[in-house]
Design a protein around this ligand. Sequence first.
Ligand SMILES: [Fe+2]
Length: 188
Amino acid sequence: MGSFLDDAGRDGGIDVHLRADHRRLAELLAGLDTARPRERTEHLREFARELVSHEVAEELVVYPVVRRQSAEAARICDARLGEQAEAERHLDKLGRLAPGTVEFEQELAQLRVDVLEHAELEEQSVLPLLAVLAGPDREMLARRYVRARSLAPTHPHPAAPDRPPGNVVIGPVAGLFDRLRDALGSGA
Ligand SMILES: [Fe+2]
């Protein structure tokens, strides 16, 4: 018999989507290691699309709900969002480097560590805070998350509101986030 989290997963709750995304990101990272040089850029593009849309959807839909639970939950959100911002900075830098150079490989190695460690910490610290929500709330979050992910930008947004405290937004990204929030509405 599964754990409480497994039980939560079977009703189609938000944790199923987050775990599946993390698995997909880990697979894409592993694929980057074995990809032929010519295929690497496209592979990296796909990884970037998956990572950024996953993170933006989490920032818009998941973290605000978790943050409201308690001061400790808010502290956890700040830590996790800081990690996401760091990974995106590496991704942004990677996109401007030539594959195969020493700098590229160093950034890629750091990005891999950032993403995998962050995903594990998120599963350990954030998913339990989602598991305490009622089933219908988890399902509603899942629907909003899927919708946000489909609308999210697909390139790094290092100036976006994922840096703690997460409320200073400047420039065109702010408009993008506003439009996404409007598109999601309250019951999307
Ligand atoms: Fe995540």
